[in-house]
Design a binder for this molecule. Structure first.
Ligand code: ATP
Ligand code: MG
Length: 282
């Protein structure tokens, strides 16, 4: 059976919403290779002192320019990498990315992850059904795996016979749906995304946004989405945090993107291409 749902605890002062994910003092410093035998190894603080509280059921966007630390942050949140400082907790329970697979299984059960590149993330030699079922096998989920895979494929709007085909038979947008199906098949409550739409063209991107919105509504997911694309975050998210040089410099409800006077936020919003308007204008 599935592990118990994470407990809830009060969010930061000023909000009474239960917290899905809490981050305190999170930092990661990359050690760079030494340039010569007598040179000290340099280090790069990619992320420093990040505090976040993601309310349960929120659609939380993390934006920032290239190199600001977005992928580093989502990797830490998703338990793929161990922080140099600070903690990630779910319901007060620490996520120890250095622990063995067995000790982190509770966290893998309640989370899913979608990455940017739908071509690199799917094994071309495996049938789609087997790709989507992978978390069920590795997390030792009981039940009818074929039925769970069929349900996940239906939720992302792929035909049922997709399971018997190979990834090369699918377009980029369809492959990203396969990746999303794999990320939700085991029934997680938190879905992480690192630029899940940025490899896709505008029309397909809009469809994937719809798919994620419907999934979040139907399954009550908490979404944590990293993107350099302000338009995607404005459409999909209700909370946002702005990263700059490894630090959160601005955070709050999504209206912040229009209202904030922080120079980094303003620069990001002003540099964003204008979204295509609906047919009847603005
Ligand atoms: N494995 C690594 N080793 C050393 N430095 C790294 C490593 N991964 C990332 N960095 C550096 O850490 C900083 C943050 O990188 P990160 O990939 O998190 O940025 P990002 O905001 O996701 O950028 P992008 O929008 O281009 O994807 C950058 O300076 C990057 O060069
Ligand atoms: Mg990145």
């Amino acid at each position: 059976m599935s592990d118990p749902a994470p407990e809830t605890r009060p969010a930061d002062a000023g909000s009474s919403a239960p917290v899905a994910l809490e981050v305190r003092g999170l930092g990661l410093t990359y050690r760079l290779p030494r340039r010569g035998p007598f040179e000290p190894g340099a280090s790069l603080p990619a992320l420093q002192g990040v505090d976040l509280a993601v309310p349960r059921g929120a659609r939380f966007g993390i934006v920032g320019e290239s190199g600001s630390g977005k992928s580093t942050l989502i990797r830490l949140l998703a338990g793929l990498e161990r922080p140099t400082t600070g903690t990630v907790t779910v319901g007060g329970r620490p996520v120890d990315a250095g622990a063995g697979a067995g000790r982190l299984r509770w966290f893998r059960r309640i989370t899913g992850l979608v990455l940017q590149d739908p071509y690199a993330s799917l094994d071309p030699r495996m049938r789609v059904g087997s790709i989507v079922a992978e978390p069920l096998r590795s997390l030792r989920v009981r039940g009818d795996h074929d039925a769970l895979v069929a349900d996940a494929l239906r939720r992302v709007d792929l035909p049922a016979d997709a399971a018997s085909r190979f990834p090369h038979a699918f377009s980029g947008g369809q492959r990203q749906r396969i990746a999303i199906a794999r990320a939700i098949v085991h029934g997680p409550s938190i879905l992480f995304g690192d630029e899940p739409m940025s490899a896709l063209d505008v029309v397909v991107r809009a469809r994937i946004i719809e798919v994620l919105q419907t999934l979040a509504d139907d399954l009550g997911l908490t979404l944590v989405l990293v993107s350099h694309d302000i338009g995607v975050v404005q459409r999909l998210c209700d909370h946002v945090a702005v990263l700059d040089a490894g630090r959160i410099v601005d955070a709050g409800p999504i209206g912040l993107l229009d209202a904030s006077e922080h120079p980094i936020t303003r620069a990001l919003v002003d540099a964003a291409p204008t979204l295509p308007s609906p047919p009847d204008g603005r």
